[in-house]
Design a protein around this ligand. Sequence first.
Ligand code: ATP
Length: 314
Amino acid sequence: MSIATMIPGVEGSTALPATTDRSVLLEVDHLTMRFGGLVAIDDLSFVAHNREITSIIGPNGAGKTTVFNCLTGFYKPTVGRLTLHHPQKQRTFYLERMEGFRVAQQAHVGRTFQNIRLFGQMSVLENLIVAQHNALMSASKFSLAGLLNLPVYRRAERIAIERAAYWLDRVGLTARADWDAQNLPYGDQRRLEIARAMCTEPVVLCLDEPAAGLNPRESLDLNDLLRAIRDEHGIGLLLIEHDMSVVMGISDHIVVLDHGRKIADGDPKSVREDPAVIKAYLGEEEDEDLPPEVAADLGHILGPDKGKGSRTDG
Ligand SMILES: Nc1ncnc2c1ncn2[C@@H]1O[C@H](COP(=O)(O)OP(=O)(O)OP(=O)(O)O)[C@@H](O)[C@H]1O
């Protein structure tokens, strides 16, 4: 079977066609996460739709990464239900009940990390092959078919290599396929992490600050890549991002947290105008002068005429 029949966006694909289908992909109900006496997430509910980019924003410590950690099986929530409606398998997964490693394996929730976590001493290509470990192990019948190099394993191996090649091309890293991942420039490492997550064939991709450390050009390219993943690959994206030009530029839907609580939920325009959001980002002392880069970020959220305040980030 050609990789073209397996990867959405490639000629001959059998994946879901790119439509305007906005079916609910993920439901978060009454999610609460306590660490001892600290309530990191406090009764949070929201939905994310298929084929949309949903951003979760809020000041430092608002609970954004904790939401991702609960969704992806790194944390067990104290209370709450996380329901994934898998559009291809027509199945529902209760993520909070699953063992952590099964969340990626069975429910196909992929993620990238705030601090890049590549296999630094493996090549770029090897990082993408290792990401397909589950499929390869299954095809090898957990060793025998692989050891004997049976056709079923050879086919799975070929598909894994073709998928890796496809994603190398999509993120512009084909020429660096043999480099050790640790030797890539920072922006390339960020894109390799996204490619690696996509090689696991997620139905929802959670991206934790993918634009961190990117220059403006790289940041614009990232926007294009994320839009293309949404539009061509028929999945939902969840984004945590401090760069408000990225958030406001590509989000279909934004959920705003402050001290673990949801304070706003809607499209970028309504969130930008929401008084609770303005207050969370500006704080009470609106006259305080901010550093220029912080004022610029606030300008992206609140519009050019408002860029002063005391709270500092996305
Ligand atoms: N494993 C943990 N143990 C104890 N407290 C934690 C743990 N993980 C997160 N927290 C706390 O939960 C709160 C929310 O943290 P979280 O990292 O989710 O916020 P965030 O919005 O992602 O912040 P940032 O934007 O700075 O990354 C913080 O007070 C943090 O210290």
